[in-house]
Design a protein around this ligand. Sequence first.
Ligand SMILES: [Fe+2]
Length: 245
Amino acid sequence: MTLQPLFPVALGQVALPADPLEGALLMRAMLALRGEAESNPDPLCAWTGDLNGVDQLQRDAAFAPLISRLEGHVWTYLQALGFDPAALALHLQRCWPVVGEAGQVVGRHHHPNAHLSAVYYLNGDGSGRSGCLRLWPQRQYNELVPGLAVGHGGPIRADHAGPNHAGAQQWNAPWFDVAPRAGLLVLFPACIDHAVLENNDDDDRRFSISMDFVLTAPAEPSAGGRPEYLAPHPGGWQQVAGPVS
Ligand SMILES: [Fe+2]
């Protein structure tokens, strides 16, 4: 028997060369943007710029060169998935810093405002001690009985080696963790639930930049016509006036 993985989620990872000087300057800039705050505001929740009015880092001169470099890799991800760059417009909708002190987390959530999400890590040694990014599947089809993959007492054996040497850990993985490393860019569909695990590094803060992208139709229709399910380009949108009082 063969087992074929169907409908996989595309997790993109790019290990970019991290410039220590640029990284140090940006981490200092992130602390300045955070100001007096050290949480969100629960002391166990990392400070995130999106909830604190700091969500357009791409317009900040200090961050713009880095963000611009990262955008090229977003196109690579989209093209790997089959998207035709000539038939869509890609928008960076928001871009914000996340600063995690020791003991802080970011709770499980997804980004319903966007289509594609990305994270860039300014520090981290790949060990995961500063808090992994944890991603969850939208549904665990292969556990057959809902909840088994995280239930106590099996009967799915974690050490099971199935056909094609693919173990139960692959077919029924309850989640996938990504360890932060300086220079790592991660991309995933914005609908995927994710969280940041606790920063267990007492000696260092955790610094990352989150990005949300939106896909729309191009400003000018391509030769192939207008895509049915892409929103029209926002340049043509018109805000409706408020209700008459
Ligand atoms: Fe997020």
